[in-house]
Design a protein. Structure first.
Length: 132
């Protein structure tokens, strides 16, 4: 889609984005997105994202995301960033899911970023299939 910003405060600008998604099998998905934003002030950002998700079985799933971004902002020189994010999810019971996540972003002009997390999710709508 195409986006246009026109505000009384700040800068005017325009942007565009496009996305494509492909489901290889019921359990494998690929997705790609391109995003561009330019402001009248001369600031801009161009981003490209790729995502892959694979459900190994009914209880385990992983995803890998890649990001590439070229940006020019008034606060710092032109920055080129590349990033990777991974996640593993395991269903312990029908209502408990454990996820482990990690991400790393390498910036050319800013401090590199790291993140690690573990998440437990409890679903209150405990679902069990009816027994015949």
């Amino acid at each position: 889609g195409v986006q246009v910003a026109d505000r009384k405060t700040g800068y005017d600008g325009y942007g565009a984005n496009a996305s494509v998604s492909y489901q290889f099998k019921p359990n494998i998905t690929w997705q790609g997105t391109v995003d561009y934003l330019e402001l009248n002030s001369g600031e801009y950002a161009t981003s490209f994202y790729v995502s892959h998700t694979h459900a190994l079985d009914s209880k385990n799933r992983y995803s890998v995301n890649l990001a590439f971004r070229d940006e020019q902002k008034s606060l710092y020189p032109e920055n080129f960033a590349t990033g990777i994010e991974t996640e593993w999810q395991t269903m312990i019971k029908n209502n408990w899911v454990v996820a482990v996540k990690a991400s790393y972003i390498n910036n050319s002009e800013l401090t590199n970023e790291y993140l690690g997390a573990m998440q437990m999710t409890y679903y209150f709508d405990y679902f069990q299939a009816k027994k015949p």
